[in-house]
Design a protein around this ligand. Structure first.
Ligand code: AMP
Ligand code: MN
Ligand code: MN
Ligand code: MN
Length: 287
């Protein structure tokens, strides 16, 4: 079985590596099938594809889309998407505007809180598809916090001066865009939402009802126990199971790039129906 990592970020959103560097480092770390899933943009896929083609690495075109469900922000990963599909790109264009507007708002709120500077301009230097991590890095660079998590805690979390809610798209719309583009909609890192069990079940029911087909069972931020609980829920709701590190760059994630824990027994992997050319390395290993 090849090693899969189906959730990663480049500096085309809030990661720090270029798509090319990300492909090279993932390959060197032993990954054979990778999805680039930048926040609300597919702009990195082309150069990632060129880099993957030069390596013995299979790239799955992907995206991580910001969605609303009830009073929550959720992240929906789209895998195997036709990147150029108009319905998908119109949806992503809408979210790009929402990100720009929110970034201007965050910048003004930080100024109003007494932090002088053009925070929007500085944050833009830390990557594209601008979001809170870009502001966190700008605040660290200016000495207002020692680390990115500290910048989030002090300035960017709900209730803090630099927090602004994004006007994302409804969950059902996001799933429609992914399906229109021929992709599979996967609920990202479900344990991260810290939903009570009953709410999580309501979410999974709504997600399936709207056309979602998978959920991340193994994720960079999930404990082994969370993965086992989610594996049972995936079975209950007939959801395919995905694995992804949510890697953002060296030093930024809990785990480094490389093989992820195996899916718990009983899960049906999201890749069950994918036609994957077997990479040379795997063919030799199993020969
Ligand atoms: P945004 O979509 O702009 O609200 O930013 C969300 C992103 O911020 C996530 O994808 C993470 O990469 C990052 N993030 C969220 N919370 C934290 C935190 N407490 N510390 C560091 N990074 C975080
Ligand atoms: Mn992120
Ligand atoms: Mn996410
Ligand atoms: Mn992510």
């Amino acid at each position: 079985m090849p090693e899969f990592d189906l959730h990663t970020h480049s500096n085309v959103s809030d990661g720090t590596l270029t798509p090319t560097e990300l492909m090279q480092q993932a390959f060197q770390a032993g990954i054979q099938v990778i999805a680039l899933t930048d926040h609300d943009t597919t702009d990195g896929i082309c150069s990632a594809q060129r880099a993957a083609d030069r390596l013995d690495l299979r790239l799955i075109p992907g995206v991580e889309i910001s969605a609303h469900w009830r009073d929550r922000t959720l992240h929906i990963v789209g895998l195997q998407i036709a990147v150029d599909h108009p319905a998908l790109q119109q949806g992503l264009a809408r979210l790009a505007s929402a990100r720009t507007e929110r970034a201007q708002q965050i910048s003004q709120q930080l100024q109003a809180a007494g932090l002088t500077g053009d925070w929007y301009a500085v944050a833009q230097q830390f990557g594209q598809s601008i979001g809170r991590p870009h502001f966190a890095r700008a605040l660290v660079a200016a000495g207002h916090a020692a680390t990115v998590p500290e910048a989030f805690r002090r300035f960017l979390k709900p209730g803090k001066p630099g927090y602004a809610a994004g006007t994302w798209a409804p969950l059902a719309d996001v799933i429609d865009w992914i399906r229109a583009a021929g992709g599979q909609a996967v609920l990202a890192h479900p344990a991260r939402y810290r939903l009570p069990q009953r709410r999580l079940r309501q979410l999974l029911a709504a997600f399936v009802q709207a056309g979602g087909v998978g959920m991340e069972v193994v994720a960079g931020s999930h404990s082994a126990e969370e993965s086992r609980t989610l594996a049972r829920l995936a079975c209950d709701y007939h959801l395919l199971a995905s694995v992804g590190s949510d890697y953002h760059g060296p030093g930024l994630s809990a785990r480094s790039l490389g093989p992820l824990p195996a899916l718990p027994p009983g899960c049906t992997p999201i890749w069950q129906d994918w036609s994957l050319p077997v990479p040379d390395a795997v063919a030799h290993a199993s020969a």
